[in-house]
Design a protein. Structure first.
Length: 351
């Protein structure tokens, strides 16, 4: 029996790289009966090890770690250098030097080695599928392996590989597109149903699940659990910056953009997104390294016009309450929504 079928609450805390994911947030979701996650992306391996150990101090329940893999798309370096020129005025305004076009693979092999030495309940992968040897090694170590997809064909590929569960990410989701390519734009509901037709693996629904009624909806549509990311952004356990919290609580629009990292991610629209989305190339992590100095200064200054603030389309529904309460309230609302639907179907429609 896979872990998803043993959870007391069908809720997974999304791994949110770049700051929001913390040991406290992962532990809070797990302690409430769901499955918390740490984000290994964009941090050193030593930091990942420290985060895993810190989480183990906060919970005895299972939790997972998400690892970034190299994507399937070659970087557009010609576009990168043109984009770098377009950011010169931003760099001057912030008094920083732009970063270099460093590629790299996020040190994923070292992170996997660390997780083989200190296994966690689940290791999930984003931006690509793991190779068969890596999957088998993690499973031998006692970890389930999950894959993130945003296309029905990718769900079938993950099934054939032998992963334990598949996270299906709709275009509504905040953060980076999680599949091997970043331009697949399936909304969650059709993607979930199409994936269910291609695999019998447990499915985790990600994207726009921001209240209990939405949780009930994806469970009814075949998901074993829902993955909450944006819904946890404003929780006190999250490492979300003050400016990100405030903007997420507003009615700001969101957009898929490569402006911050070179890979499409759904972000709250601000001046930086408006000014630079059109010129941003397909070049991850090269653009991430380029913009790091600007974005670090903007976050430190609390500048909502420049800071990178990733969030899903339903961000305005996120609650400023502890993560454990989010899990509890979502479940209560899901039961109420399903009960109301059953009553309506029984009263208004005949079988």
């Amino acid at each position: 029996m896979v872990l998803l079928q043993r959870l007391s609450q069908p809720i997974v805390g999304a791994p949110m790289a770049g700051g929001p994911s913390t040991p406290a947030l992962a532990a809070a979701v797990s302690n409430a009966g769901g499955l918390g996650f740490l984000a290994a992306g964009m941090i050193p391996t030593e930091r990942l090890i420290a985060d895993v150990r810190a989480t183990l101090e906060l919970t005895r329940r299972p939790f997972g770690v998400n690892v970034f893999l190299p994507g399937a798309t070659a970087p557009d370096l010609t576009g990168f250098f043109a984009y770098r020129e377009s950011l010169a005025d931003e760099a001057e305004r912030w008094g920083v030097e732009l970063g270099e076009p460093v590629g790299g693979d996020d040190d994923w092999r070292a992170k996997v080695d660390a997780l083989l030495s200190e296994p966690v309940a689940v290791v999930s992968f984003t931006f690509n599928l793991p190779d068969a040897a890596t999957l088998a090694a993690l499973q031998r170590a006692g970890s389930e392996v999950w894959a993130t997809v945003n296309h029905p064909d990718a769900a079938a590929e993950a099934d054939a590989l032998g992963v334990d569960a598949i996270v299906v990410q709709g275009t509504e989701a905040g953060g980076h597109r999680g599949g091997a390519v970043d331009w697949d734009d399936y909304a969650l509901l059709p993607l979930l149903r199409l994936a269910a037709a291609r695999t019998r693996r447990p499915l985790v629904a990600a994207g726009g699940v921001a209240d209990g009624a939405a949780l009930a909806g994806v469970l009814a549509a075949g998901a074993s659990a829902a993955q909450l990311g944006t819904a946890l952004l404003r929780c006190p356990e999250a490492g979300t910056t003050a400016v990100h919290r405030a903007t997420a609580a507003s009615a700001a629009e969101t957009r898929l953009t490569r402006a911050f990292t070179g890979r499409r991610a759904r972000a709250l629209v601000n001046d930086f997104v408006e000014a630079h989305s059109d010129g941003a190339p397909v070049a991850y992590p090269h653009v991430l390294e380029l913009t790091r100095p600007i974005l670090a200064k903007a976050r430190a200054a609390g500048d909502a016009g420049t800071a990178n603030m990733l969030a899903g389309q339903a961000h305005a529904l996120a609650r400023e309450i502890p993560a454990g309460r989010v899990v509890e309230e979502f479940m209560a609302e899901a039961f109420a929504a399903l009960g109301a639907l059953h009553s309506r179907l029984s009263r208004d429609f005949s079988a």
